[in-house]
Design a protein around this ligand. Structure first.
Ligand code: GAR
Length: 219
């Protein structure tokens, strides 16, 4: 019997690409159900593009500034995704709002990672805002993308403690370390077909305990 073909994933980035790297590392495992077939950036100078190129992954740089409207940009992006026969998209620090048109093309096939425990702290500067609000638990979320920003059925979350003396940088680093754990995990669940969307919930069956992580308090 043939093994199920690995899903072809495009990682969409705008910068450093550390989450993209964590997905690439996971996909090197022979039994991982997805391969990173393309890294696409809307910033031509994104450091993550060079990293991907060095790893021998196909890359595309498509500046949104070269396209008169958001939808023109997205149609160009869609053409590249089609050319590479992409099955799933992982937004990995892609700092561009997507139109409902594009989101609908990829409904149930596009994931995003957000540096907060959604639905808290949608948008930018999540670590600053978590500290300002004095929360004791912060974290990261992987979710399916829907037209509304930083919303959509949640696949995986990781919680981290907020500790005395934290700055946005120390807290952000603690969250990022967990992002690198849950994104490969969430992609594995989705690419292997283990997930089912039921309203706003993601049902993961037997692997339910795999997608909620609580990081220990640092010493
Ligand atoms: C990550 O922390 C990701 O969660 C965040 O941008 C960073 C990208 O880092 N994404 C968002 O804020 C999206 N709203 P990376 O380029 O090193 O993966």
């Amino acid at each position: 019997m043939n093994a199920m073909p690995r899903k072809r994933v495009a990682a969409l980035i705008s910068g450093r690409g550390s989450n993209m790297l964590s997905l690439m590392a996971a996909a090197r495992q022979p039994d991982y159900p997805a391969e990173i077939a393309l890294v696409l950036s809307n910033k031509v100078d994104a450091p993550g593009l060079a990293t991907a190129r060095e790893a021998g992954i196909a890359t595309a740089a498509l500046s949104h500034k070269d396209h008169p409207t958001r939808e023109d940009f997205e149609r160009a992006m869609q053409a590249i995704l089609d050319e590479h026969k992409i099955d799933l998209i992982c937004l990995a620090g892609f700092m561009r709002l997507l139109t409902p048109w594009f989101v609908e093309q990829w409904q149930g096939r596009m994931l995003n990672i957000h540096p907060a425990l959604l639905p808290s702290f949608r948008g930018l500067h999540t670590h600053e805002r978590a500290l300002e609000d004095g929360v004791k638990i912060h974290g990261a979320t992987v979710h399916f993308v829907v037209p509304e920003m930083d919303a959509g059925p949640i696949v995986a979350q990781a919680a981290v403690p907020v500790v005395d003396g934290d700055t946005p940088a120390t807290l952000g680093a603690r969250v990022l370390a967990q992002e690198h754990v849950i994104y490969p995990l969430a992609l594995k669940l989705v690419a292997s077909g283990a997930t089912r969307i039921d309203g706003n919930r993601v049902i993961t069956g037997e692997q339910a305990s795999d997608h909620v992580l609580v990081a220990p308090t640092p010493v």
